[in-house]
Design a protein around this ligand. Structure first.
Ligand SMILES: [Zn+2]
Ligand SMILES: [Zn+2]
Length: 81
């Protein structure tokens, strides 16, 4: 079942409950990629450019999804593979 999630602050929408939308840079990640994207240092969250931490972009019907090359993309969830 496809479930569209919408972030009113930036207008981005995406599908998949295990995907993470960054409230800092408003990119969408698979959960494993999100862990790489954000660096937490002394309670301060820093957004790293997704490409710089080895993530690759995939075009989705709703926009760009960042994830691990060859990794788990949650494509069975949401039915939007
Ligand atoms: Zn970010
Ligand atoms: Zn957003």
């Amino acid at each position: 079942m496809s479930q569209l999630i919408f972030h009113g602050a930036c207008g981005q929408s995406w599908t998949g409950l295990t995907r993470a939308h960054c409230s800092g840079c408003h990119e969408v990640f698979v959960s494993s990629g999100f862990d790489k994207h954000q660096r937490i240092n002394g309670g301060k969250v820093t957004c790293l450019p997704p490409a710089d931490v080895g993530l690759i972009a995939r075009e989705k019907p709703w926009g760009v999804l960042w994830g691990m090359p060859g990794g788990y993309w949650d494509d069975t969830e949401g039915g939007d593979a």
